[in-house]
Design a protein around this ligand. Sequence first.
Ligand code: ACM
Length: 268
Amino acid sequence: MNKSHTIRVGYYQFAPEFGCISKNRTEVMNYLENTDADIAVLPELPFTGYGFSNREELLSLAEDPDDSGAVSDLLALCVRRSIHIVTGFAERSGDKCFNSSLLLGPSGICGTYRKLHLFDREKLYFDPGNLPLKVIDIGGIRIGMMVCFDWIFPEVARTLAMQGADILCHPANLVLTYCQQTMLSRCIENMVYSVTANRTGCEKHSFGDLDFTGTSQIVAPGGVIIHRAGSRKSEAYSAEINIDRAREKTITKRNDVLADRRPEYYLR
Ligand code: ACM
């Protein structure tokens, strides 16, 4: 990280086509070849699409990150362009499948997060995450990963903030409309940055249509929206942020949002 602690974060909002891994991979690679972001965040499940009919369909599309053409392309790009990428990923691990987020960089796979809170039909085919929330330090910048519906559980952002996260990287495939506003609160109560990379478009399935809400956003500590995308179109955006702002947790002379907690009185 440079001395002024500034860095560019970005996202790519687009409409993955269900089951078309190679087409989605090409679209993602085109974006990444051109982004000026140091850390680029992609949506949840950007290669497979979202709405699986059943476990068998998921098993046919999920991949082991160590044996995935998409991941090796992304890793090669990280080396070539000296960037980091946070991407959703349908992760196969033995006989399990997780709705995961990977942090990739020039040194390889820096971290894996497996979605802890599965949303609606995801419970029919994904395994719930089985790894603890963990902040990953990349050259002095501390990254916390969460996936989509994790937004409704304040414990997720708080746990990451308590571990020192500067930026919550948040791949999403949102179908409800509350998340974007709620993430402002997550950034106020924890004084962190967040990057929510949400998808757009509609997936038509035998079990019903899924309309995704777009409006990806980058939010600063204090809940200030740096940028929010539209709801329908593909959009790539990046912004420079100053990490020092996420290290300052005081909101008045006498209040620190983390140090003032009284956990001994909270529900255990
Ligand atoms: C969601 O968690 N994809 C809504």
